[in-house]
Design a protein around this ligand. Structure first.
Ligand SMILES: Nc1ncnc2c1ncn2[C@@H]1O[C@H](COP(=O)(O)OP(=O)(O)OP(=O)(O)O)[C@@H](O)[C@H]1O
Length: 265
């Protein structure tokens, strides 16, 4: 069984330890939510795993040290949806999605049948066929987000990292995306996604890794991680936590008592 093992990952940016000794083990078929307040280190953790920022620690997939691979080799194992959704060039949707195939063929080589099929499957899966000839720069933010997800899908990697994939999506597309991540996990992939919506995280993820100040504050099943106490301590909010429609509802309803006292100083 495929296992992604991230061990003791640390990253220092501008002299500050932004991710400090974070570990995560995720098995094939799992969907892990990466949660934590703004600035907790979620993006840096993902970027460090991808080799986009200098880091120490180990990241292994089935025992293969991913950090030792060249970028193109690594990109055959690990796809990444970045938090930034800007695309500078007016390329067509289809051309952007096809970029996901670059790690699979030699530079300047024509796309193979397999490449074309993977691009087509990703366009279909993200409901983008009608947009295929549109310039990405002409799309709305949510539509552009779907194009970038399709590009990551076209990469056909065993592991998918997504940084705030729900940002900018309407509720229907948020749920569709969480359903897609669950389907990808059911197909045997390993999905890790950062998010701020705690109800969606609780309802769709198998496990949650809660970061705070660069450290892992908690890791485990959503119902064990998302307690009133944790939300108060880490997010400094008072939250309603209940069960409805077959899953957890986690709704911040106000600032924690401690935070209110701090604000009144
Ligand atoms: N290039 C950098 N130089 C210095 N500090 C940085 C740099 N990039 C990020 N940081 C800092 O590292 C910390 C973690 O940032 P990061 O973007 O990983 O947080 P995050 O959990 O993804 O936050 P958010 O939920 O706001 O996206 C923040 O305090 C941020 O200011």
């Amino acid at each position: 069984m495929s296992v992604l093992a991230i061990e003791n990952l640390s990253a220092t940016l501008s002299g500050r330890r932004v991710v400090d000794g974070v570990s995560l083990t995720a098995g094939k078929g799992s969907f892990t939510g990466l949660i934590g307040p703004n600035g907790a280190g979620k993006s840096t953790f993902l970027r460090a795993c991808l080799g986009l920022v200098p880091a120490s620690g180990a990241i292994r997939l089935d025992g293969t040290d991913l950090s030792a691979l060249r970028p193109a080799q690594r990109a055959r194992h690990l796809a990444y949806l970045p938090q930034e959704r800007e695309i500078a060039w007016a390329m067509s949707v289809e051309a952007v999605v096809a970029l996901g195939r670059l790690p699979h063929h030699a530079r300047f080589a024509a796309p193979s049948q397999r490449d074309k099929a993977a691009t087509e499957a990703a366009l279909t899966r993200m409901d983008l066929c009608a947009f295929r000839h549109r310039a990405v720069t002409s799309l709305s933010g949510g539509e552009r987000a779907r194009v970038l997800i399709a590009r990551a899908l076209a990469q056909e990697t065993p592991v998918l990292f997504a940084d705030e994939p729900l940002a900018g999506l309407d509720p229907q597309h948020q749920i569709a995306l969480m359903r897609l991540f669950r389907e990808l996990a059911a197909e045997g992939r390993i999905v890790v996604a950062s998010m701020h919506d705690l109800t969606l995280a609780a309802r769709w993820c198998d496990r949650l890794l809660l970061l705070e100040g660069g450290h892992a504050h908690a890791e485990g099943r959503p119902e064990d991680v998302l307690t009133a106490r944790t939300l108060e301590d880490v997010y400094t909010v008072e939250a309603f936590i209940g069960t409805a429609a077959g899953g957890l509802i986690v709704q911040p309803v106000g600032l924690s008592q401690k935070k209110k006292e701090e604000n009144h100083g």
